[in-house]
Design a protein around this ligand. Structure first.
Ligand code: SAM
Length: 317
């Protein structure tokens, strides 16, 4: 599979404190001067096009907390060769920003929501903001940031009970509700025994809504497998990073907010692009490194490099 997708984490700061990601608010610890500037991000995006990248996803931390993020969206969507710019957000700031993000050229968004119930949402994220996030989702659909995806990470004993209510959203809204397997990342987050396999999540859904039918071909360029409850407006997706293998079909690179390029989410292996850029490297030198990373990408898979101590909010999930 060719590498044509770049995920860019624009900040390690986040306005939520999710128990499985950033419970102590430890993100934001990278000093501001170590975070890539918009000019640096744009330069990397522009040069990566010449190495085969065609689509970009902005993530974080929480990308909407980065000041002037709309301006960055504008710059990247205007880059010749980038066919699509998308964004992953927790949705807290989405309602007032959705229209300007759309006008700036953003194609669509993914919103992370791990609970359909207010108290449970607050227990997971630390904040009573589910209503605000819900308004953001409706506004995003209204302005055309679609097809919209809702991402949920399910943890045993924490939000397992939310699976039916989250799946039910796909019955009445034209969205993809995707269940992402929890990946224990550091000693500060939830223990690995909180993990639930997506096969179990699927059983919970099917016991409530009947058998899911597979949608062949949908999501061909990503790790999700898609299904449908009969007569539903939307779909259900499963991203099973712990219990399945999609290394061979992985088409993405990840740029961290402090300028490290990672060929594989699970690999500790990374290249310091920021150091190269700030040492005054020319475009050719930067492209040579990008080409080398793309060339080497398939050496790094979760099997030869899995590490349990990394920071999802820095890498961008
Ligand atoms: N703040 C944005 C958001 O909430 O979507 C973007 C960054 S967040 C790190 C990106 C995605 O990573 C979210 O869907 C989140 O649920 C997921 N994520 C974070 N920590 C995770 C973990 N330990 N295992 C699996 N997914 C995780």
């Amino acid at each position: 599979m060719s590498v044509d997708y770049l995920r860019i984490s624009v900040t390690d700061k986040c306005n939520l404190r999710c128990v499985y990601c950033n419970p102590l608010g430890s993100c934001g610890y990278v000093e501001h001067r170590e975070i890539l500037s918009f000019e640096e991000i744009h330069r990397i995006a522009r040069l990566s096009v010449r190495c085969g990248i065609q689509s970009v996803r902005l993530t974080g931390g929480e990308p909407l907390v980065r000041r002037n993020i709309v301006h960055l969206v504008q710059k990247i969507t205007a880059t010749p060769g980038i066919n699509e710019v998308t964004l992953t957000t927790n949705g807290v700031l989405l309602e007032p920003m959705a229209a300007e993000l759309k006008a700036a050229g953003l194609s669509r968004i993914n919103v992370s929501v791990d609970s359909a119930e207010r108290e449970c949402y607050q227990r997971i994220t630390g904040f009573d903001l589910l209503e605000k996030v819900t308004r953001g989702i409706y506004r995003a659909i209204e302005v055309g940031l679609t097809p919209l995806k809702i991402n949920a990470v399910i943890l045993k004993g924490i939000n397992e009970s939310q699976v039916p209510a989250l799946a039910r959203i796909s019955l009445y809204l034209p969205v993809a509700v995707r269940f992402i397997e929890y990946c224990p990342t550091s000693r500060h987050t939830r223990p690995s025994h909180d993990f639930i396999a997506n096969s179990q999540v699927r059983k919970i859904i099917e016991s409530r809504f009947g058998p899911l039918s597979a949608i062949l071909g949908m999501g061909a360029n990503g790790p999700a497998l898609y299904f449908k409850v009969r007569n539903s407006a939307g779909t259900i997706g499963f991203i099973s990073g712990r219990t399945s293998v999609f290394c061979r079909s992985c088409n993405r690179l990840r740029l961290t907010s402090d300028g490290k390029l990672r060929p594989c989410l699970y690999s500790a292996h990374q290249y310091d692009l920021k150091k190269l850029i700030r040492s005054g490297a020319g475009d050719k030198q930067i492209m040579a490194l990008l080409e080398r990373i793309i060339e080497e990408k398939h050496r790094y898979t979760k099997f030869n490099s899995f590490t349990e101590d990394f920071s999802m909010q820095k890498i961008g999930g």
